[in-house]
Every structure is written in C-alpha cells, then in structure tokens.
Design a protein around this ligand. Structure first.
Ligand SMILES: C[S@@+](CC[C@H](N)C(=O)[O-])C[C@H]1O[C@@H](n2cnc3c(N)ncnc32)[C@H](O)[C@@H]1O
Ligand SMILES: [Zn+2]
Length: 269
C-alpha cells in the first residue's frame, strides 16, 4: 500500500527495494531505521523540529503508559467510527508511542510523520509495520482524500492540509491539554500557575463534531519520571534555573493529566 506522494512533483511514490521512487525518477532512500526523509528543504531535517533530548524524554515518559487514558479514548473513537481496517495517519507523530499503541489494539494501516528527524528515527525503530516519514505539515506528502482517520496530538494545526488528506467521511482527532493538565507540576514551579485555555484549533471549513474530556491523576515515582515529564513539556524551555531547582526536591509526585479531544469532519458529512 502506498498513499505517499513525491514531495517534488506530487506523483505517487512506489517502494522499490530500499528507496521510494516516482514516475519522474525522483528518488528518496530509506534510512537504516526504516523511515524516509521527504522534507524538501534547504535545512537538514535534524536541525528542524524537536531535538534529540526532547525526543528521548518523550519516549522515556510515554513508554511507561502515563498518558494511556488518552490513547485508550482514541482507540475507542476509532472503534466507534466503524471503519474497517482504516488508513490512519499520525500527524506530527513524535516518537510514535500513540500510533504504536493504537496499531496494537486496532487492525489498521498506519502512517506517521513529523518534521523532526530525531522523532521519526525513534518511531521507525519500533518496527511495528507502520510507515514513517519526515515531512512538514504545511505540505503533507500524502494523496488527497486518502486517509480515513488522522490524529493530531499537541501539535500545530493546518486545516487546509488536514482537510485535503482525509476522505469525504474522514475524521481528524485532535487533542489539546485540558485546563488542569499538569497543574500540580506548575504549582511547584511557579508562584502564579495558570490553567490551560482548552481552546480548540480554529477551523473554518472543517466541522467540529464532538468534544470529549479525559481526566486522571497519575502517580510519578522517582526523579527520573518527574524529570522526563518536565523535559517533554514546553515549560522546561521557559523556566528559570532557579525555578527548575524547586522540582529537584521531589522524588514522587501526584499530578493531574487532562486532555480535551476535538473530533472534526468535513462539513458535508
Ligand atoms: C509536543 S510534540 C507531540 C508529538 C506527538 N504527537 C505526541 O503527542 O507524542 C509536537 C510535535 O510536532 C512536531 N512538529 C512541529 N512543527 C511541525 C511541522 N511544521 N510539521 C511536522 N511536525 C511538526 C514536532 O517535531 C514534535 O514532534
Ligand atoms: Zn516526483
């Protein structure tokens, strides 16, 4: 199967041994981990998007299942859609934990992409039969109307491209942080912690069909998990060294995880 298109000319890409080729002879080699870089950019993929440290923290933390309440709800939504063996796209897939979780629980064909080569390298190393590629969401190298369900978690939104790649009756499942998400962590770090706004991504042509919330308290045992969680949040990069030091005193932490899921479809469905 391939719904992947050439990022240069837009023709279908076929896999030929260890490279992907289009009829216009544009060719993209598969990396040793099994992903393909389809980013047409003057900058090297390794310099764009989340770096090695962020990718590793995300993998270390998510692999412990702390956010499985969210992935369970996504599996449920996919099941409720009653699509048989759907083609699912993990938009801005990061290191691929969610896609892997879903694929192991629901028969489907999974493609995932991210602008960060480090993230995709880790995702591809899962060797779970999914297809991973490096790409920018502003120009997704997938055929128009080829995807049954796309999910998009904690990442920038691009309505025009998302709408283009999904089928007429396709779905976009988006998640943003709920108002209380990680509030206890923020209370430690900041004098005046704020709540998240839960605003859905702005959509003009896609129709918001449903909103769901998932909320749970998780227990982090050990400095390692607390540190991995902190490092995978944007707070890590916007917190002073003085405030960061406050968290080092903790060896255990009970923290709320709260996700708001927005489900979009095309307006005429
Ligand atoms: C907060 S992470 C979420 C990753 C994954 N969805 C998850 O929940 O584990 C945001 C991801 O968006 C990716 N990203 C940011 N801008 C992007 C773009 N323009 N195109 C593709 N990916 C992008 C980053 O590299 C990063 O992996
Ligand atoms: Zn081409």
């Amino acid at each position: 199967m391939t719904n992947i298109i050439c990022p240069v000319c837009g023709k279908a890409l076929e896999k030929d041994n260890r490279s992907y080729k289009c009829e216009n002879r544009h060719s993209f080699d598969e990396a040793k981990e099994g992903y393909v870089n389809l980013l047409v950019s003057s900058k090297a993929g390794s310099l764009i998007g989340d770096n090695k440290d962020m990718a590793k923290s995300r993998r270390d933390f998510l692999s412990k299942g702390y956010f499985s309440a969210l992935s369970d709800e996504i599996v449920k939504i996919i099941g409720e859609s009653r699509k048989l063996n759907p083609l699912i796209c993990d938009i801005c897939c990061g290191e691929g934990w969610y896609g892997d979780y879903i694929k192991s629980r629901f028969p489907c064909c999974m493609v995932g992409f991210d602008i960060s080569k480090e993230m995709i390298r880790l995702a591809a190393k899962r060797h779970n039969g999914s297809t991973y590629f490096v790409a920018n969401l502003s120009k997704i190298p997938l055929q128009s109307q080829s995807v049954d369900i796309a999910f998009h978690l904690f990442a920038p939104f691009h309505e025009k491209e998302f709408s283009r790649i999904i089928k007429k009756d396709g779905l976009i499942i988006t998640a943003v942080a709920g108002e209380d998400h990680l509030f206890e962590l923020k209370e430690i770090l900041y004098d005046t912690p704020y709540k998240n706004d839960e605003e859905p991504p702005k959509a003009e042509t896609l129709k918001l069909k449903e909103k769901r919330k998932v909320k749970k308290k998780i227990h982090l045992s050990g400095k390692e998990d607390i540190d991995a969680l902190f490092r995978m949040t944007p707070y890590y990069y916007h917190t002073s060294e003085k405030d960061k030091a406050k968290l080092e005193l903790y060896t255990e932490l009970d923290v709320t995880v709260e996700f708001v899921i927005y489900i979009y479809g095309k307006t005429d469905c």
